[in-house]
Design a protein around this ligand. Sequence first.
Ligand code: PCA
Length: 320
Amino acid sequence: MKHIFSLACAAIFASSTAVAEDWDMPTPYGDKTFHTANIVEFAKEVSEASNGELNITVHSAGSLIKHAEIKNAVRGQQVQIGEFFLSRLSNEDAAYGVDSQPFVATSYDDAEKLWAAQKPVITELFAKQNLIPLFSVPWPPQGLYTENEVKSVGDLKGLKFRAYNAALEKFAALAGAAPTQVEASDIPQAFSTGQVEAMITSPSTGANTKAWDFVSHYSPINAWVPKNIVVVNKAAFDALDDNIKSIVLEAAATAEVRGWKMSKQETSVKTAELTDNGMIVQDPSDELLSGLKSIGVDMQNAWQESASDDAKAIIDAFNQ
Ligand code: PCA
């Protein structure tokens, strides 16, 4: 009897260890970031719903894989799943970058509409790299951080400007500023060492990096609403049992809805945090806004020339 029992235990143990999976999930963003809180909750839901058969460990702030390498790390199965800033892939295809084009989609409603048009196109592009997009969540609308009040585009001239992707680099350069790429987690150091003196980012990233330590003005220019995306390696996903696959997809759908909600809440909460810490939060002047928008128009024209038909179709669908 005892023998049969231990055999049974061994069988249960063997079968559960055979199917239990441990996945690593790198993200460039730190623990204070709402995106990170959202993916930690996603991982928890998957682990709970699967009774520990799939455990996802989130590695924040670029601790496991640097931002620039995350997509390829998932592709090469160095990790099974990961999060990154979607428009960083615009050098591979313009379709990845539509959400970071200045003044195309500037509100959450726009962003939702744009994502609906973008999703099928990038899903196909990712499939060619054996990647499956699971969910995507926007950052709050992007605003301008400067030491002095900016009344027109001319006031940006020569400012050392922090950028996080090619579109922002181009935007800053066209505005006469001097852009440098800096990861979100390196922002405080970049300001304190004088590498940069201005930036465009969300109130979330501004508050999380204590922008008030370096600059005194914030202007919610709401120039675009860029997204993070979570992708999974197709082979890793296909290797899961069907019920675990469903659990992952369900948790992903929940995380997308929760993430958009969190993002919207962040906009007001984090803008208030900037004010509470002494920053002057000021709507942009008409002159500044129209100057920035005209740079956006030039960028959009250039974008149209470089984009594939599928990428252009995203914008057409969005404009309908
Ligand atoms: N925060 C990230 C991306 C966009 C945002 O709001 C960053 O500044 O790097």
